[in-house]
Design a protein around this ligand. Structure first.
Ligand code: HEC
Length: 144
């Protein structure tokens, strides 16, 4: 009997942790504003695009973005959660703006208004974020 109650205690403890995590996830504050703030558009990249920056950005894209946006950024990944429709980053449609600063903002803060795409703020450096921005803009859709 003692063995059973010990197991019950362990299961109850795991359940309590799982519930707490679940509740915290649900009550987390909204990730940010309903749209990319206008200041983002004025933000200039910390360094200009270059073949080296684009190459670094490509490696980072494979690590952090490919899962949802697909190998080529066309938004056609079969791995993306079925509930979301990641944007095509190679076409001319940019709901959140296609300037360097706006793309930087989305990578750091996530994609408003739903924030199904979470931001990477605190997980990658600003320099790496700019590398990804340069890579994404090299895909052609964002223009110059
Ligand atoms: C969990 C899946 C997921 C990951 C990972 C992800 N995204 Fe997204 N991304 C989305 C979704 C979903 C949207 C918004 C689609 C919509 O609401 O129209 C989006 C939107 C965007 C937009 C805005 C496009 C526009 O037209 O306004 C950019 C830019 C973008 N993502 C770039 C990236 C980059 C760069 C990375 C990697 C650093 C990345 N995303 C990682 C799912 C993801």
């Amino acid at each position: 009997m003692r063995g059973v109650s010990r197991w019950f205690g362990i299961v109850a403890a795991i359940w309590a942790v799982a519930m707490t995590v679940g509740v915290l996830a649900q009550t987390a504050a909204p990730a940010g504003p309903a749209a990319v703030p206008p200041e983002a558009k004025k933000m200039k990249a910390a360094f200009a695009s270059s073949p080296a920056a684009i190459e670094s950005g490509k490696v980072l894209f494979a690590k952090y973005c490919r899962f949802c946006h697909g190998n080529t950024g066309a938004g056609d990944s079969t791995m993306a959660p079925k509930t979301m429709k990641p944007s095509n980053l190679t076409d001319a449609e940019w709901t959140r703006g296609s300037s360097e600063g706006e793309i930087f903002w989305v990578i750091q803060n996530g994609a408003p208004p739903k924030y199904e795409m979470k931001g990477l703020k605190g997980k990658i450096t600003d320099a790496d974020t700019w590398n990804i921005v340069h890579y994404v803009r090299s895909l052609g859709g964002a223009g110059k």
